[in-house]
Design a protein around this ligand. Structure first.
Ligand code: PLP
Length: 445
């Protein structure tokens, strides 16, 4: 992105489709009309439409014009809610059968004790200091160095943290550097806020520092966003050495780091955060969604001291504050150590499920760490990722097509499989066997 004019125009139209400004089936303006509107040539618009057709977003018919293509089947393939006879291998969340009882019991206890009137009132600075102190303890356990709870801000989950940091620390039209394959929620925010996404090349160890250096020189991004542990979707965890190399590059350029490390509780040994190396240039994000429950909507940001006030003011201006009642529950979970115990139980279960997946999908090429929630599988033969996801959906298997994760709309032959959303191991076992038979079947060849 940020290159040829026709590609920028195609990107703009794609954002409008994603945001619903162009509905499915809607007719797009003619080449001539759009060229006039944008002050360009019909040839440039024809190339932009050609690119959109290649990406499967529009269809053109001689004499009738170009229309937004129906995306519904793919959207339906990535869903949270599912019927009982479908295998949900598409969403990254904790396995609730593992800890529902303990979590519910703790919630009942917490709610019975919610007697402090202050919890029912308004707070400044994103929330009470004791809630920030619990967030500090949670993040320290997973590799962050932080000295004062004053540097912690409370958010409605990590997604909220990402969106406010992108909104505050970059401007519309700015570039944001991300991994070549990355978390789609991040790409959606960038699209809505009209930031240009630069996909930085990855190697076997994660984002390549030379490629980041080159991207910084060429595109001057305002931000770089890294997911250092069990990266979504590739599962790569950045080594200590790679973290140091990336920090060194970031230090040399005028940009901020957003380090989203919500899967770090899955690392067998604690790896120090990149933020520790460049604390004045970094925002560190964590939360309880992946280890305990996304339903709590409890996220944390550790900010440089110099940026705490502006972040507090922005949170206040937009949502006033995340719910103190839910953060009191979070505080109880953390201070009683239950949150850490639940996180460890999920890590062990993920480890066990990875072994199960290895047994069933052993003849396939895929990447995963010992205790990742998911795996990143390279499809065999001629399988194309979107087509595989749709074929799998017809068989009741919800998997995530790799195209969903591409920062710059690259073609891919990979899919992401979550091993944790299914509660019952026997059902997961059946689902993985069904995936395996599809992969080994004749359709892809
Ligand atoms: C890398 C990453 N960041 C953030 C989120 C969103 O987390 P939350 O539910 O806390 O908003 C996700 C969810 O999948 C994720 O994978």
């Amino acid at each position: 992105m940020g290159g040829a004019k026709y590609a920028d125009i195609a990107g703009e139209i794609e954002s409008k489709i994603d945001q619903g400004q162009f509905a499915e089936g809607e007719k797009l303006p003619t080449h001539r009309a759009l060229a006039r509107e944008l002050g360009t040539t019909s040839m440039t618009i024809a190339k932009a439409y050609g690119l959109l057709a290649e990406r499967g977003r529009i269809e053109s018919f001689v004499g009738r014009g170009s229309f937004v293509k129906e995306q519904a089947p793919l959207k339906r393939a990535i869903r949270c809610q599912l019927s009982d006879d479908e295998w949900n291998l598409s969403i990254l969340q904790p396995c609730f059968s593992e800890h529902m009882e303990a979590l519910h019991a703790q919630l009942q206890l917490s709610f019975a004790e919610l007697t402090k009137p202050a919890l029912y009132g308004y707070h400044e600075g994103s929330g009470p200091i004791e809630h920030k102190a619990s967030g500090m303890r949670w993040m320290q356990r997973y590799g962050l160095t932080v000295r004062s709870p004053e540097q912690i801000l409370l958010t409605n989950g990590a997604q909220h943290a990402l969106s406010i940091l992108i909104e505050l620390f970059s401007d519309p039209g700015d570039c944001i550097a991300v991994d070549q394959w990355t978390y789609p929620g991040l790409l959606s925010i960038a699209r809505f806020l009209k930031r240009k996404v630069i996909g930085v090349a990855m190697d076997d160890q994660g984002m390549n520092p030379d490629a980041l250096d080159e991207a910084c020189r060429r595109h001057k991004p305002a931000l770089v966003i890294l997911l250092p542990s069990h990266q979504n979707p590739t599962t790569i965890t950045l080594s200590q050495q790679r973290r140091e190399q990336l920090a060194e590059v970031i230090q040399r350029h005028p940009l901020w780091l957003i380090e989203d490390d919500i899967y770090s509780f899955l690392n067998a040994d604690c790896i120090p955060a990149i933020t520790n190396l460049i604390p004045e240039k970094s925002f560190f994000i964590h939360g309880l969604s992946k280890a305990v429950s996304p339903g709590l909507r409890c996220g944390f940001i550790k900010a440089p001291q110099s940026q705490v006030n502006v972040l507090s003011a922005y949170i206040r201006a937009t949502v006033w504050m995340p719910s103190p009642l839910m953060f009191e529950v979070a505080r109880n979970l953390i201070e009683s150590d239950l949150a850490f115990e639940l996180a460890e139980a999920q890590r062990k279960l993920a480890y066990h499920r990875q072994r199960l997946a290895k047994k069933i999908l052993g003849n396939q090429r895929f990447r995963a760490q010992d205790a990742s929630y998911h795996l990143w599988l390279e499809l065999p033969g001629n399988w194309q990722a979107d087509r595989f996801a749709l074929t799998a959906k017809e068989r009741g298997l919800l998997v995530s097509s790799g195209s969903y994760f591409s920062a710059e709309g690259e073609e891919t032959q990979s899919i992401r499989l979550s091993l944790m959303a299914i509660s019952e191991e026997a059902f997961l076992d059946d689902g993985l066997r069904a995936v395996s038979s599809l992969l080994n079947g004749p359709l892809g060849g």
